[in-house]
Write a protein that binds this ligand. Structure first.
Ligand code: GDP
Ligand code: MG
Length: 512
């Protein structure tokens, strides 16, 4: 969905004249993408009308001015207005509105019970462990209770997950009464002064009413501070009916939508839930322990559109500027000019690593990767996994190969080796010397013969000599080096776009 929306929105940039026709064309593809993601037709229609209502008057104003000012500038302004309006409405689409996320912030020293409800296969058991890990990372003492006595193997599944996450758990192979078991578990962990106790319940019953009865009984027994409904994102707009049904049976306080990785209908599920004004607190984005993200509308849309979480990034940048004002000022100056050298990318990556490691450094040995990049630790405040921070920076998560924490830090080490193998000249360049075709030793003769070259029947392009040298020197591959350089180019382009008086940096500077 993100890709399709992105293509639709960016198609404007190729358009020369921005008029109502161009607006309709973009809106048509945006709406098609949303409908394909199973967003409700009425919501899609509302989005279209709202964007039109907002943009058309401004468009007319701009058209009136055309001829006075440079047309190109007005055209750019029109594009921005449209893009901004679409972005804002997409955010509104997934915003549960005034249903502000509940003030549920478990703290140390007070036992809070969370009960998970939802249909079989929604992702409850998986999400329980993810949530436990999330709170554990914040220094809380967390335990899991398995109240799913219905499905054979349910306890084993929870046990396995909990063991992997190093979370204490409670359950039984013989007890068949879910109410009794959850009460035993919660009582035990309460007396042991756990901060957060998460109760996993069963989901499958022949009769919905049986499931709801069981839910209510457990709820009465353990008196949870928070009931969380877990919804499978793949069900699309059916999420609305499901959450309404659960709402009547057990007044849950918050929702977690799972399986938003790769499922085409995720947009439909989120917008459907938002339409019921229920707070979505987290989303599940994978099968692994760390694939749980806090949900809020703006970063969600930004990320989906591949824009990164600009807001989060600006906050981090501010923290960073506080910690190292001179260096940051230098960087801002360069960005204002639209410059971005290979070394700038290296520095930025080092800073990102610094921010993460300062937060997580006592917990893991990730400091080694960090030391590789910078040699020392700074007191930045970011606390969270590297992969999270990476996902806030446009293009960064792809660059780090996506994947979990391990993958990211392994990849970062390799990236550090690549930078280390570059010369000063290369680092301070704009990267173009890696793209210049260096005539090969055999010169023209070889070029002519290329088609016939028996050792290269596919006519594969020879890598740039510098790229080859760096790949060899760093013990990485040509592909990795080329990927890094492509990322650099992307950042450099972004810097160019952001630079200058009319760019983002210029605007930030003007604001003070
Ligand atoms: P439960 O019956 O509600 O307890 O659901 P489970 O936790 O057993 O999950 C059912 C299936 O969904 C499992 O195969 C999980 O690995 C998978 N799953 C859960 N959450 C996610 C997610 O966010 N992304 C993906 N891709 N799979 C998930
Ligand atoms: Mg389960």
């Amino acid at each position: 969905l993100g890709k399709r929306l992105n293509t639709a929105i960016n198609s404007l940039t190729q358009q020369s004249a921005i008029d109502e026709q161009a607006l309709d064309a973009v809106l048509k593809s945006v709406c098609a993408a949303l409908l394909e993601s199973d967003v409700n037709v009425l919501l899609v229609k509302r989005l279209r009308d709202k964007v039109k209502g907002k943009v058309l008057p401004q468009l007319e104003e701009i058209q009136a001015k055309q001829g006075q000012d440079a047309d190109a500038m007005q055209g750019n302004k029109a594009k921005q207005i449209i893009q901004k309006a679409i972005y804002d409405e997409l955010v509104a689409l997934v915003d549960p509105g005034d249903a502000a996320p509940p003030a549920f912030n478990p703290v140390k020293g007070k036992t809070q019970v969370i009960m998970m409800v939802g249909l079989q296969g929604a992702g409850k058991t998986t999400t329980c462990t993810k949530l436990a890990t999330h709170y554990q990372r914040r220094g809380l003492k967390v335990a899991l209770v398995c109240a799913d006595t219905f499905r054979a193997g349910a306890f084993d599944q929870l046990k396995q997950n909990a063991t992997k996450a190093k979370v204490p758990f409670f359950g039984s192979y013989t007890e068949t009464d879910p109410v009794s078991i959850s009460l035993q578990g919660v009582t035990k962990f309460r007396s042991e002064r756990f901060d957060v106790i998460i109760v996993d319940t069963s989901g499958r019953h022949r009769q919905e009413s049986e499931l709801f009865d069981e839910m209510r009984q457990i709820q009465d027994a353990v008196e949870p501070n928070m009931v969380v409904l877990v919804l499978d994102g793949a069900i699309g707009q059916a999420a609305e009916a499901q959450s309404r049904a659960f709402k009547e049976a057990s007044n849950f306080g918050a929702i977690i939508v799972t399986k938003l990785d790769g499922h085409a209908k995720g947009g439909g599920a989120i917008s459907a839930v938002a339409a019921t004004n229920t707070p979505i607190i987290f989303i599940g984005t994978g099968e692994h322990l760390h694939d749980l993200e806090k949900f809020s509308p703006q970063p969600f849309i930004s990320k989906m559109l591949g824009m990164g979480d600009m807001q989060g990034l600006v906050e981090r940048a501010q923290e960073m500027a506080l910690a190292n004002p001179e260096r940051q000022e230098k960087m801002m100056k360069k960005l204002e000019k639209g410059e971005f050298t290979v070394r700038d990318l290296k520095d930025q990556l080092a800073t990102v690593m610094g921010m993460c490691v300062a937060g997580s450094f006592l917990r893991s040995s990730r400091s080694t990767a960090f030391e590789l990049l910078t040699g020392k630790c700074r007191a930045y405040a970011y606390r969270g996994p590297l992969s999270n921070l990476a996902s806030m920076i446009p293009g960064m998560s792809e660059m780090m190969g996506g994947g979990g924490e391990e993958d990211v830090s392994r990849r970062m080490k390799r990236v550090a080796f690549i930078f280390d193998s570059m010369t000063t000249e290369e680092l301070d360049s704009d990267g173009s010397l890696f793209r210049d075709s260096v005539p090969s030793a055999k010169g023209k003769e070889k070029e002519k013969d290329e088609e016939k070259d028996p050792s290269n029947p596919m006519g594969l392009r020879e890598p740039n000599k510098r790229v080859l040298r760096v790949a060899r020197g760093s013990g990485t591959s040509v592909q990795e080096v080329e990927e890094l350089l492509a990322q650099h180019q992307m950042f450099a382009k972004m810097a160019k776009r952001m630079g200058g008086k009319n760019g983002l940096m210029g605007k930030l500077a003007a604001r003070g």
